[in-house]
Write a protein that binds this ligand. Structure first.
Ligand SMILES: Cc1cc2nc3c(=O)[nH]c(=O)nc-3n(C[C@H](O)[C@H](O)[C@H](O)COP(=O)(O)O)c2cc1C
Length: 200
């Protein structure tokens, strides 16, 4: 038996869900610093109540957000780690977008034109250790980190839809090559990346 559901409601979040899509063609215009700030806050910011903008198992918040800026107004090219006090800590100078795009399995040619890229990462030993008492033994923490990174990406997609900024999530990349670029914190492994920028 099928039960017809009430019609879809309206509202801001609903309209953003309708608008959300992946962009795979980025233009040359730089991303504004305010736009980038809004997107990284949606990814990993803290709320006025002191919580994260995403749920996190045990409220551990084990993820680090690395921002690869290359075409952002008023932000020198570099690899930055997002600080929960809403600041960017420069880990490395220089434009790393091409090198990061080159670690993808199929998306190098267009992804390198993204104005900025985001890489979400976690230290698997640390998260697995934290959740060592939960089955599957030694792996539960990693699973939670993967799940949390998905929440981050959807937040970014929705904020990007609101700002009319192009966004795309990329899961197909060579983990070892990406980790070898030394842009992530020590011991961290990449979970997922995103490309951001104004559409072509
Ligand atoms: C877990 C995951 C991994 C993805 N990996 C890639 C990827 O490696 N390369 C790519 O071009 N798109 C990737 N995408 C984006 C999808 O191609 C895109 O979401 C899909 O085509 C649906 O389009 P839409 O997001 O505009 O609705 C990924 C999406 C998800 C959820």
């Amino acid at each position: 038996m099928d039960i017809p559901l009430p019609p879809e409601s309206t509202g801001t979040l609903n309209s953003l869900l309708h608008k959300r899509s992946s962009t795979k063609s980025f233009g040359d215009r730089p991303l504004g610093l305010e736009q980038l700030a809004a997107l990284v806050w949606a990814a990993q910011g803290r709320t006025a109540a002191g919580r994260g903008v995403t749920p996190s198992a045990h409220a551990l918040y084990p993820l680090t957000l690395t921002v690869l800026a290359g075409n952002v107004h008023d932000l020198p090219a570099g690899a930055y780690h997002y600080d929960e006090r809403h600041a960017l800590h420069r880990a490395m100078a220089g434009d790393h977008r091409n090198a990061v795009a080159a670690t993808t399995l199929a998306d190098r040619t267009w992804l390198r034109h993204a104005a900025a890229m985001l890489v979400f990462s976690a230290d698997p030993r640390s998260v697995n250790g934290h959740f060592a008492d939960q089955p599957p033994q030694g792996h539960r923490g990693e699973r939670y980190a993967w799940l949390e990174s998905g929440h981050c990406c959807q937040n970014v997609y929705l904020r990007a839809a609101e700002l009319d900024v192009g966004a795309v999530v990329i899961g197909g990349f060579d983990d070892d090559r990406l980790a070898a670029l030394d842009i992530l914190p020590d011991g961290h492994r990449p979970l997922v990346m995103m490309g951001l920028g104004l559409r072509a």
